[in-house]
Design a protein around this ligand. Structure first.
Ligand code: C2E
Ligand code: MG
Ligand code: MG
Ligand code: MG
Length: 283
């Protein structure tokens, strides 16, 4: 079989292409039903200060069960983007995350919540108004919300993206660059954006202790962040020696299986109040 991306542009028929298309269509149809019915759920992964052990907030991550099986977001988020379902999906996640955040704060946990935004959302002129209304509905200050955006989202349509970022920043919402190091933006460009936080991608965190060249991305992000007064979060921390390195180098927050996997809201509250007495853990 010729490669799918064969350079002469000819696509050879492969039976598995039909199968892939059928699966994608079935997933899209199922996803539409789930979005309409509001049956997508949200799990939370804490962001923790590696120096004090204080829980700073949590990231909301969407989950979908289709035919009794979980479909990974890396598979269905791109489908949602293609099927124009990303806007209602994001609204659902935002609303759920803000409702849960209001519950935490009502119980005395001064946490913030982070929601992921697909690139397309940044060019949606209605976004800022929707975010403002949702915050109001749940009685939350704008600073309780962080929106995570990938670098590439800013590159696709920089003018519109910039306008949206400025409007969100004007509301008081915090903006975070997700998966930092995997995209194509330069550190210099980020300096001109109203960004509050940079999240070092887990692919770099994974090699912090063993691979000097990949550690360089982490070191550069930490240096940039300190120079620009940004918060640095490391995602995908799985090992104690990764945490130790990040703490020694002034990383402000860590996320990863070492602290907790993403967990459903009820479990998250239990984790906060009982497992980690007082919202702190020993790191
Ligand atoms: P992300 O925003 O970069 O989220 C981090 C991903 O890494 C999550 O995968 C999380 O479960 C996983 N992770 C966290 N700690 C560790 C660790 O220690 N080790 C490893 N190996 N993985 C870890 P998840 O939940 O499968 O989400 C994947 C991606 O899907 C997210 O990457 C985000 O880009 C997207 N996504 C998830 N929820 C939403 C959503 O509500 N809206 C949008 N637009 N995208 C979402
Ligand atoms: Mg994220
Ligand atoms: Mg990330
Ligand atoms: Mg990611």
């Amino acid at each position: 079989y010729a490669a799918k991306d064969s350079r002469c542009g000819v696509r050879v028929y492969r039976p598995e292409d039909d199968h892939d298309t059928a699966r994608r269509l079935a997933l899209m149809a199922g996803l539409r039903v789930a979005v309409d019915a509001g049956t997508l759920t949200v799990v939370y992964q804490p962001k923790v200060d590696p120096t004090t052990g204080r829980v700073l907030g949590a990231e909301a991550l969407v989950r979908w069960q289709h035919d009794g099986r979980p479909v990974p977001p890396d598979e269905f988020i791109p489908l949602a983007e293609q099927a124009r379902l990303i806007e209602p999906l994001t609204r659902h996640v935002l609303d759920t995350a803000l409702a849960d955040c209001a519950t935490w704060r009502g119980l005395g946990h001064e946490l913030s919540v982070a929601v992921n935004l697909s690139p397309d959302m940044l060019t949606d002129a209605a976004l800022t108004g929707r975010v403002e209304q949702a915050l109001h509905r749940h009685g939350l200050p704008a600073a309780a919300l962080t929106l995570e955006i990938t670098e590439n989202a800013l590159m696709a349509d920089p003018t519109n993206a910039r306008r949206t970022l400025d409007a969100l920043h004007g509301l008081g919402v915090k903006l975070s660059i997700d998966d930092f190091g995997t995209g194509h933006s330069s550190l210099g460009r980020l300096a001109h954006l109203p960004i509050h936080e940079v999240k070092i991608d887990k692919s770099f965190v994974r090699h912090i202790v063993t691979d000097r060249s990949r550690r360089a991305v982490t070191d550069a992000a930490l240096q940039l962040a300190h120079a620009l007064d940004l918060t640095v979060v490391a995602e995908g921390v799985e090992e104690q020696d990764e945490l130790d390195y990040l703490r020694r180098h002034g990383c402000h927050a860590i996320q990863g299986y070492l602290i907790s996997k993403p967990i459903p809201p009820v479990e998250f509250l239990t984790w906060l109040t009982t497992t980690r007495a007082g919202g702190r853990l020993s790191v």
